[in-house]
Design a binder for this molecule. Structure first.
Ligand SMILES: [Fe+2]
Length: 135
């Protein structure tokens, strides 16, 4: 069973973004399933690292579009990315220090943030980027 199911309204219609969003959903689901299957903290940390690396490269892709086309809402959008990364790095540190198992709370945070972000903030740039010919 997955934690996040892809909904048609999550699609932006921008190919590279949709592929990367699918991958992020898959990675959060992988993390959730590992936890459900009783993975060790170390095993969960490995997947969390993958989520972090992939999210960082995806955010850089979006932010590159913002820079190229001078997206007026870039600053607020980038702040949301930074917040997600900060929380994720905090979970990683806590895991590494053995202070916290990667509990449902952390996974719920990542999942809720992702769904809200790709179904809200990300959709706001779609008309702008499409008006610049991005597809
Ligand atoms: Fe974004």
């Amino acid at each position: 069973m997955a934690l996040i199911y892809w909904m048609p309204e999550y699609n932006t219609g921008i190919e590279v973004i949709d592929q990367q969003h699918h991958m992020l959903v898959d990675l959060i689901n992988e993390l959730y399933q590992a936890q459900e299957n009783g993975a060790t903290n170390e095993g969960l940390l490995k997947i969390l690292n993958k989520v972090g690396m992939y999210a960082t490269s995806h955010f850089a892709r979006e932010e590159n579009f913002f820079e190229i086309y001078n997206y007026p809402e870039a600053e607020d959008h980038i702040q949301e990315h930074t917040y997600f990364e900060d929380m994720l790095f905090q979970f990683e540190d806590e895991c590494k220090a053995g202070r916290q198992d990667l509990t449902g709370n952390a996974i719920s945070f990542l999942s809720d943030w992702l769904v809200n972000h790709l179904n809200g903030t990300d959709k706001e740039y779609v008309p702008f980027l499409k008006s610049k010919g991005v597809s």
